[in-house]
Structure formats: structure tokens, C-alpha cells
Design a protein around this ligand. Structure first.
Ligand SMILES: [Mg+2]
Length: 243
């Protein structure tokens, strides 16, 4: 690829971009800021936009160009938080206002507890790994949805075919950014779809063991021994994409 092309870094936040020691984070953030004009920064996170906005209060925190939030179900510009319409419309149409339907479908299923949030294009539960039934997961897919289990604690019911990875690919296409320019990074199972895009990938050292296990069979994925932000930096060097 052309070395003059900007790097597109699409990173998870918690445990990844926000992981590592304060010292490691501030050095990595300063490094990114120094090369900001050659970087397209995307956050790809389970967080909602309000929680991303809170991070921006920290003066040295690099602000993203685009944010894929809510585990892949919202896409906005990084500064204005306005939706990236072409991709957001695709998500909204796929979801088709199904929250109420999902909640009544899963009402009384064992081991599930609704999270106290009401995202627009998914339904989020806490789950108890000892109580969750495989029939519950089957009911979700048979009703025409996908689900994501993460960190032995979170279950998201998702619009079919939509996850962090699928939404990232749509976003790159919509912005005319080449996949070869892109590096993804993550630390938990909800980042699995990012690695499965086939894009150059980084699994940070503090990642959940299940994600590392999956990454071992993906040739595009590099498992860094370093945690969080430091692991991203190490991974960019590994992929030959450090500035
Ligand atoms: Mg994370």
C-alpha cells in the first residue's frame, strides 16, 4: 500500500484504547496526536455516545474522527456526534424498531436481566453464565436476530448481520477508506467480529482468554504481550503501520 495513505485505526475503548497504565496511555495518545493529520481515528465500542463524550473532557484525550458505538449499532462523526447517515440508515432498517418484540420474546428467560439502558437499535442484558440456556439463544436467532455474548456478563440482542466488524466495513466503504489502510484492536469477545473482518488486527495483552483463543487461528490477528494502549502501539509496529 501507499505509505502516504493515512492509517485508519479502529479501536475498542475499554480495556484497549483506555487500557494500560496512565503513563502508557498518555505516551501513546501524545504519539497519535503528533501524527494526527495522517491518522483516521475510529472508536468502535460497546459504550453509548454519552460515555464517549465524557472521555473528551480529558484535554489530552485524542478525539475520534468517527465513532461506532453501542457494539456496532450507532455510527457518528467523532466531533459533532451527528449520525453517519448512510450507515445508520442501514442499521435502523435492519433493526426495524424491534426492541419491544425482543423484550417480550425474552421475558422470563432464565439467567437474563435487562441492563438499565435503552439503546435504540439493540437490547442489552446481563446474563448469568451458570443459568443461561442454549434454548434462549436459539429463540433469539430463530426470531431473526443475532446475539453477542461478552466478558461472561453481557448479552446483546442485535440486528441480524450487524456487529462491530460489519458496521466497520460498511463505514470504510461509505467513507472510501481502503481496508488495507485499516488496523483494528480489541480485548473482549464483542471485538471478535472486528478480527473476523480479515483486516489487520491487534488483540491486546490483557484481552479475555476466549478472544486470544479465537485470534490464534486468525492469520491477520496479532496477539500483543503488552496491555491496552501499549499493546495497540506494539501491534501497529508488528503490522508495519507505526508512524
Ligand atoms: Mg473492551
Amino acid at each position: 500500500m501507499d505509505v502516504d495513505e493515512p492509517l485508519v485505526l479502529a479501536s475498542d475503548l475499554d480495556g484497549t484504547f483506555l487500557g494500560g497504565t496512565n503513563e502508557q496511555r498518555s505516551q501513546f495518545y501524545a504519539y497519535l496526536q503528533q501524527h494526527r493529520q495522517r491518522l483516521v481515528l475510529m472508536f468502535v465500542t460497546g459504550r453509548n455516545l454519552d460515555l464517549v463524550r465524557q472521555l473528551y473532557r480529558e484535554p489530552d484525550f485524542p478525539q475520534a474522527d468517527y465513532i461506532i458505538g453501542d457494539v456496532g449499532t450507532t455510527v457518528t462523526h467523532g466531533q459533532t456526534f451527528k449520525p453517519l447517515e448512510s450507515v445508520q440508515t442501514w442499521i435502523a432498517q435492519t433493526w426495524n424498531d424491534s426492541a419491544e418484540r425482543v423484550r417480550s420474546l425474552l421475558n422470563n428467560e432464565p439467567g437474563l436481566e435487562l441492563q438499565p439502558i435503552t439503546p435504540q437499535y439493540r437490547v442489552s442484558y446481563y446474563y448469568n453464565p451458570d443459568e443461561l440456556q442454549s434454548q434462549t439463544l436459539t429463540r433469539i436467532t430463530q426470531a431473526g436476530f443475532d446475539y453477542i455474548l461478552s466478558a461472561d456478563r453481557f448479552l446483546d440482542v442485535m440486528p441480524k448481520g450487524i456487529a462491530k466488524g460489519a458496521t466497520l466495513l460498511k463505514t470504510l466503504e461509505s467513507l472510501h477508506l481502503a481496508p488495507e489502510q485499516t488496523v483494528v484492536a480489541g480485548d473482549t469477545l464483542n471485538d471478535r467480529s472486528l478480527l473476523e473482518t480479515g483486516l489487520n488486527g491487534i488483540v491486546v495483552g490483557n484481552a479475555e482468554p476466549k478472544l486470544k483463543e479465537i485470534a490464534r487461528s486468525l492469520p491477520n490477528a496479532y496477539i500483543s504481550p503488552e496491555p491496552g494502549a501499549w499493546g495497540i502501539w506494539d501491534g501497529l509496529k508488528h503490522h508495519g503501520r507505526a508512524f
